[in-house]
Structures are given as C-alpha cells and as structure tokens.
Write a protein that binds this ligand. Structure first.
Ligand code: AMP
Length: 411
C-alpha cells in the first residue's frame, strides 16, 4: 500500500512516499517558499535528486506540484495517483479530543479548526495541507497524526497548572505537550532494542533539536513532558526561552514591550540565540565555543544544565528508568551535549561510555557503560515513519486498499 506522508508548514510542505507495510521510502522531498516569487521543490528518489524552481502561489498549488513530480515519468516513483491509498498528515494540536491518530472526516476537520486557537502558528497550515490533499486525492483515506496525542495519558497532577481552576474549564489551559510522535517512536524503538514489551518500558526521552522537549514514559505511556500549553515551556531551545519566571513579562510590559514584542522575544529571540547573541544552531555554537567565544560556551552549558534538571525530575517519577534516549538533531549528533548532560550522574546509576558516545552521526546505538544501571541510547527519530505506520494501520482497518483498487479498476 502506497502512503504519502505530508508535513505542511507555513511556507513549506515536506513529503515522503512509503510502500507499507515494509516501510520502504519510494521518494521524499520538500517544497519551500510557497507564495514567494520563486518556490523550490527538492525531490529525491533513491540517490537521485532533482530540483524545480517556479512560482507556487499557495498550498493547493504546492500539493499539485508534489503530486505531479511523484508521477513524473523520469523522476517520479509511481505511475498514477490512484496508487496512493492513504495520506498521513502531521497535525500539531489535537487538544484533549485526540488521543491517537484518526481518519479525517468533516467532524475531525472541524475539531482541528477549533484547535487553531491553541496552535495559531501550526494548525492552519496543517489544515490547508489536509484540504489540498483531499481535493487532489479524493479517493485516498486521509489520516491525521497529532503531536499532542502521545501525551494524552498525562495524569491530572502533571497536566494541570496552578492557575485558578476555572481557567481550565473555560479556556482549556493545561499542559498538552508536543513532539509526541517523536517521543512515542523512540520509546517504542528503545523497547525493541532492549527486547522489552513496549508497555513495560520506563524511559526518559530527550528530543533535542531546534525545538526541544523531554518526556517521562512509564509503561510505554507518557506521564509527564516538558512542553506545556504551547511549545514554549521547558528546555532551552534554539530561539525559545523554555522555563522562566512569567513575572519578567509583566516587568517588560511595564517597560513598554507590547504583546507582539513579548511573543517574539520569547519564541524567536531567546534560547541559544538569545544567550549567545550569535546563533541558534548548536553546531555553530560548539565551534564558536572551541574558538573561545565565552557566551557561546555559556549557551551550551545552560542548555545542558536544563536537560539535567529535567532528568533529575523525571528520575523521581520512574525510579529508575530502564533507559534515557537521545534524539533530534542535537541529541542524535552532539557527543559534547550528551557528555555534558550525563556527567557526574553516577549516583543516579547513569554512566556514559566515553568511546561509545563518540559514535558516528545519525547512528542508532547504546552509549552507556556496561555497569550503568540506566541504559543510554541514541535513536534517530523518524516521525514520518511513525505517521506512515499509523496511517497504514488505520487504512487497513478501514479497508482503504480495497477502495483504492476499486478506484483504479474503475469499479
Ligand atoms: P532538528 O531541529 O532536529 O533538525 O535539529 C537541529 C539542531 O541540531 C541544530 O541546532 C543543529 O545545529 C543541531 N545539529 C545537527 N548536527 C549536529 C552536530 N553534528 N553537532 C551538534 N549539533 C548538531
């Protein structure tokens, strides 16, 4: 069964075409700068890469371009669009309603629309992607996979804020958590690597990329996570503050900062970029720190210090976890960050193997010392594969392949 995975952002659409259940990637790509004078489509099939540059007015036109290249006789991966049985969409916010992936119908669309209020930067683009795919592939089943869904199992004690009780009832203000597809993927993969049942595994999963979050996973289910009502809370990120005293906002408002300025300050100008004044990119900061840039070094230190604090907090919940998993661009590739995070944690049963930690980029493996009580793992995340798997399972249930066959046969 051919499954197209779509991740629609504000000005780009990423896609991967899978052949399921084997999980083979037939093609992948990204269409960037949608709405600009010149948009750019980078398409990969196996080792071949092709690029196209032309004006693409909106997401609907972008979807059209992507579908055209997928059936292109030279660089495409399928003969006709009817072969695509299912489209799996990444959707950022599923509110309290979606505790797992679902087949999209009008009711689901209306709910995603309702949650635009909670994720104004993401859900509108996800919606446009779903509508464009529905329009262009009316025969295909559309599946929505929510970033929030894996955290639907958080207990009330973890998801409630100490705000007046009625704010939860009236505005649904609570911790939702994000990156759920990634946390779930690496937790499941960790269980497989450790030959454990996925519902027995206790783990701390650290998704460290440009956006960063951690999750405490008990018996395979998320019981706490560092991101909150929005992705702003928790760890230090590329440009986001993570945890800080909200009274700073009142103080700055008093100094003349308006809502837009405060939003931009917290989401776009803080984090690694704000501390270093140089970059939001960990690779650049590590290089600058090696060259003696003190603020770059401090940014890396503060980043690691915050991860350590969350490890400490989640150790108390999991007592002890079977594993700590590192993923995301930084977690997968920065041996320096992993070393700084894990140093001097022997008293918690956490011991890094210095040699193992230097494993090559993008590799999966164990990086803890043989006598470490807690297994330390690096697992490259693969949210697209997780979405394709969910989409496949839901489609099989819905008999999607039969419907697609009927469509191809004209029956
Ligand atoms: P992501 O958002 O998951 O793509 O992760 C992006 C982050 O990963 C950026 O801060 C990159 O600098 C960082 N990153 C990627 N490769 C490396 C590397 N080899 N060493 C350190 N950081 C890296």
């Amino acid at each position: 069964m051919k499954i197209l995975v779509i991740n629609a952002g504000s000005s780009s659409i990423k896609y991967q075409l899978y052949d399921m259940p084997g999980g083979q990637v037939l093609a992948r790509g990204i269409l960037e700068k949608i709405g600009d004078k010149l948009s750019r489509l980078t398409h990969r099939r196996g080792l071949e890469t092709s690029t196209r540059e032309e004006a693409v007015a909106d997401h609907k036109a972008a979807m059209q371009q992507i579908l055209e290249i997928l059936v292109d006789p030279q660089v495409g991966a399928i003969e006709e669009l009817a072969e695509i049985a299912t489209v799996g969409h990444r959707v950022v916010h599923g509110g309290e309603e979606f505790t797992g992936s679902v087949i999209v119908d009008d009711r689901v669309l209306a709910s995603i629309e309702k949650f635009v209020e909670l994720a104004p930067m993401h859900n509108p683009h996800n919606l446009v992607g779903i509508r464009a795919a529905r329009d262009k592939l009316p025969h295909a089943v559309q599946v929505a996979c929510f970033d929030t869904a894996f955290h639907a199992t958080l207990p009330e004690v973890a998801y409630r804020y100490a705000l007046p009780f009625e704010l939860y009832e009236r505005y649904h203000i609570r911790r939702y958590g994000f990156h759920g597809t990634s946390h779930r993927y690496v937790a499941r993969r960790a269980a497989t690597l450790m030959a454990m049942d996925k519902y027995r595994l206790n783990a701390i999963t650290c998704h460290l990329g440009n956006g960063c979050s951690m999750a405490a996973v008990r018996h395979g289910r998320s019981v706490d996570t560092s991101m909150g009502f929005t992705p702003l809370e928790g760890l230090v990120m590329g440009t986001r503050t993570g945890d800080f005293d909200p009274a700073i906002l009142f103080y700055l408002a008093d100094k003349g900062y308006d809502l837009t300025a405060l939003n931009s300050l917290c989401n776009k100008k803080s984090g690694l970029l704000g501390i270093s004044g140089a970059s939001n990119d960990m690779r650049t900061l590590e290089q600058l720190a090696r060259e003696g840039n003190v603020r770059a070094g401090l940014a890396v230190e503060i980043f690691c210090y915050r991860v350590r604090k969350y490890i400490g907090a989640y150790m108390t919940l999991l007592n002890p976890p079977h594993a700590i998993v590192f993923t995301g661009g930084i977690g997968e590739n920065s041996s320096l960050v992993r070393r700084q995070v894990c140093q001097d944690l022997d008293h918690m049963g956490i011991r890094l193997d210095p040699q193992g930690n230097e494993m090559g980029r993008g590799r999966e493996g164990i990086i803890s010392a043989a006598d470490s009580v807690v297994r330390l793992l690096v697992i490259p995340t693969n949210e697209e594969e997780a979405i394709a798997t969910d989409a496949y399972e839901l489609s099989v249930e819905a008999g999607a392949s039969e419907r697609a066959k009927g469509h191809r046969d004209g029956t």
